[in-house]
Design a protein around this ligand. Structure first.
Ligand SMILES: *Cc1c(COP(=O)(O)O)cnc(C)c1O
Length: 401
């Protein structure tokens, strides 16, 4: 793939008709090293946030050795690339065939569950043809926790209620080598207290069930930085999680795990779009709700933007975007701050799309084509750059442009 200094150079070289996904391998590498060095436990990359093989390779080379996979296709993808990676199948609802293939063909030993039915399915799917049950399973019971501190809820769909957790933990203990409890506080958790609250629920579940717990997995939810969403330093999250983990009634050798998705890859990609038409303060651009901007359209997520022309001189003002497809739903209200004199034919970089952005492009309505390019400049915002004066002398600091 071609390498350019920045998005402006990409536009000058290609004058692209289609959106261009630009990637910053150095930013993903830096995030991976940060988690590998500073998270006080094992960091597994949640592959669904961005399954790009280039990204997975970068994370691997920079210390991420564990992968949270949620489908058999993700199991095959990561195993095909990384024979030595540890894969954990953390979707609480799987098919028996997927479990069987994961266990027998790809060496997956770790599974999550939130019902007795799923426990029975895992146990029978990992029993061999001679009728011998697997003796090497790590099974994690997914506990339902609050998503109140997060921008995107994951509280409704999965997780056993605290009131029902004890019998499930006791039954699971009978069938595993290592028993774990996992949860997900929701994506983009804006305060570390989200994890503190969840860990208190873990404490209550352990006390009620009176079982030995070997793994506590705090899931994903670690934030990135977007306009209007500037989280505290990640070190604060790590420190609070560590302190509360250490005080749980668990075995001395118990392990702490996390499943970061967004925080490892948000800074990895931007998309460069072209303005095809302007109507007042609405810009018709060539990517949208069915492309890399799914979250901008469907949950009104605000991504940072910058105009890539040198001749725009007016102050920034608020714009909304329309994407290229034919329906009204392909609309992003923003507001996105761009120079007042931006017009059709101008290009825009939309940043922080490495998580749940670039990975979600579809070909709906014939608008899926994209070029790709690597750039070497800094992402539009970073949690890892170290150039914001921080009273705690943290190198996990933020800066918008
Ligand atoms: C989506 C998901 C993650 C990653 O969440 P982020 O908010 O992107 O960190 C981790 N674990 C599970 C089980 C998930 O479903």
């Amino acid at each position: 793939m071609h390498e350019f200094p920045d998005a402006k150079a990409v536009v000058r070289a290609l004058t692209p008709d289609e959106p261009v996904i630009i990637t910053r391998p150095h930013a993903a590498a830096r995030a991976a090293r940060f988690f590998a060095e500073k998270f006080p436990g094992k960091s597994m990359y949640a592959v669904k946030a961005n399954p790009s093989p280039d990204l997975i390779q970068i994370l691997w080379e920079n210390g991420v050795k564990h992968y949270d996979v949620a489908s058999i296709a993700e199991v095959r993808l990561v195993r095909g690339m990384l024979p030595d990676a540890v894969l954990c199948f953390m979707h609480p609802v799987k098919t028996a065939r997927a479990i069987r293939e994961a266990y027998f063909d790809h060496g997956v030993k770790t599974f999550s569950l939130d019902t007795l039915e799923e426990l029975e399915k895992i146990v029978s799917a990992t029993t061999d043809d001679a009728g011998t049950a697997a003796a090497d399973l790590s099974l994690l019971v997914r506990l339902r926790v609050s998503s109140e501190h997060s921008e995107l809820s994951l509280a409704a769909k999965f997780g056993v209620d605290l009131a029902d957790a004890a019998p499930l933990l006791q039954a699971t203990r009978q069938h595993c080598d290592a028993l774990g409890i996992c949860f997900h506080v929701g994506s983009q958790a804006m305060t570390p207290f989200a994890y503190v609250q969840a860990l208190e629920r873990v404490r209550a579940a352990i006390a009620e069930a009176a079982v030995t717990v070997d793994i506590v997995d705090v899931g994903g939810g670690f934030p990135s930085i977007y306009p209007g969403m500037e989280p505290p330093p990640l070190e604060d999250y790590f420190a609070l999680i560590h302190r509360h983990f250490e005080s749980l009634p668990i075995s001395y050798s118990a392990e702490l795990w996390a499943e970061p998705g967004r925080a490892l890859c948000a800074e990895y990609s931007s998309v460069v779009v072209c303005v095809e038409k302007r109507r007042d303060n609405e810009l018709y651009i060539n990517d949208g709700a069915y492309g890399a901007l799914f979250d901008a359209a469907h949950v009104d997520w605000r991504f940072p933007v910058r105009a890539l022309e040198d001749d725009l001189i007016k102050p920034l003002t608020e714009f909304a975007f329309y994407g290229p497809t034919c329906d009204d739903a392909d609309y992003m209200q923003g507001p996105f701050m761009l120079p007042e004199d931006i017009q059709a034919g101008d290009y825009i970089e939309i940043g922080m799309l490495g998580a749940y952005g670039a990975a979600m492009k579809t070909a709906f309505n014939g608008f899926g084509a994209t070029e790709c390019a690597i750039v070497t400049d800094e992402p539009m915002a970073s949690l890892y750059r170290g150039d914001r004066a921080d009273p705690r002398a943290s190198d996990n600091v933020v800066s918008l442009r």
